[in-house]
Design a protein around this ligand. Structure first.
Ligand code: FE2
Length: 307
């Protein structure tokens, strides 16, 4: 049986290009029950585990803070997610845990089987285990994304890829890694957003680079975040990259071309050349670790973190 249970020819055709909702049955699998998640947290490389907390105001993206899981067991970490206000991000779970490598293969095989001509690479299956009412601030991602709800409920706002939500300049800054992926948000923009209620068994995917933000319902949330590239998606990222270089080096005012026309191919060469020459220095902001977790009181943030 296919992973997505409601493929239609129309959805297959629009996949990767439009915002779409799908149904799936992954939430019925026992690997995502408490026991399965605790074992996953034990197996996943601890130094790669993203532990975050955040404030309550959706505009206050600078309240996003990084923590350390220390040597809490998987059971204790899951307890911390249930009782605290944390966001656990297990990026590239498919590279570290065989069961999740198999799951990623299954999901991508399903996509490629149903979408004519689809080819995917840079495949990243991330697990998100997050507390009641936690949020992810307004941001965008360079690759294509799909978000699969497994447990709990969350609301996702997806904004147009256009001014004022995100202009070409802001997009270039993110692709050139001059700035963090999270950026200024005006609550007025919610009026122009597509609002999606995610419950177990639902998946949402959106246009490449669409800004989005997430608010959890009042319960533990478990979701799968799938990021991937396709040839057109990688082309678009390179065109944006080249535009950024041309704007900075030549004072040009370039536009984004979709597809593989001569202008886009020329920009691909510009992007490759600029990367090879190291013309753009990324300014990746590494968040400092500012809190830890305590095995005896798992939901409590300990500041400063214990060594
Ligand atoms: Fe995202």
């Amino acid at each position: 049986m296919s992973v997505i249970t409601d493929w239609t020819p129309e959805k297959a055709k629009a996949f990767g290009r439009e915002n779409l909702m799908f149904q799936h049955a992954l939430h019925e699998r026992p690997m995502f029950d408490d026991e399965g998640l605790a074992r996953l947290l034990d197996l996943y490389p601890r130094e790669k585990l993203g532990v975050f907390t955040m404030g309550e105001d959706p505009k206050a993206w600078t309240t996003w803070r990084k923590g350390s899981a220390g040597n809490l067991t998987g059971d204790q970490l899951l307890e911390a997610a249930k009782t605290g206000r944390i966001w656990l991000n297990l990026r590239q779970t498919n590279d570290h845990v065989p069961e999740y490598a198999a799951l990623a293969n299954e999901i991508f095989a399903d996509k490629e089987a149903h979408v004519p001509g689809l080819r995917t690479f840079k495949r990243d299956l991330g697990m998100l285990i997050s507390s009641a009412n936690a949020q992810v601030f307004y941001h965008l991602d360079v690759p294509l994304v799909s978000l699969w709800q497994i447990r709990g409920e969350k609301k996702v706002w997806v904004y147009p890829v256009a001014d004022p939500y995100v202009g070409d300049l802001a997009l270039e800054k993110i692709v050139l890694r001059e700035t963090a992926e999270q950026f200024a948000f005006d609550p007025e923009w919610d009026k122009g957003a597509q609002e999606v209620e995610l419950t177990p068994g639902k998946m949402v995917t959106w246009r490449q680079n669409a800004p989005h933000r997430i608010e959890n319902g009042p319960m533990l949330n478990v979701s799968i975040s799938i990021e991937f590239m396709t040839p057109p998606a990688l082309m678009r990222a390179n065109v944006i990259y080249a535009n950024g270089v041309l704007r900075r080096r030549l004072g040009a005012n370039p536009r984004i071309q979709e597809g593989f026309g001569p202008m886009a191919l020329g920009k691909l060469a510009v992007a490759r050349g600029a990367k090879a020459l190291g013309l753009q220095t990324p300014h990746v902001r590494h968040l400092p670790v500012t809190f830890g977790l305590d095995a005896r009181q798992p939901g409590v943030l300990v500041e400063p973190p214990r060594p």
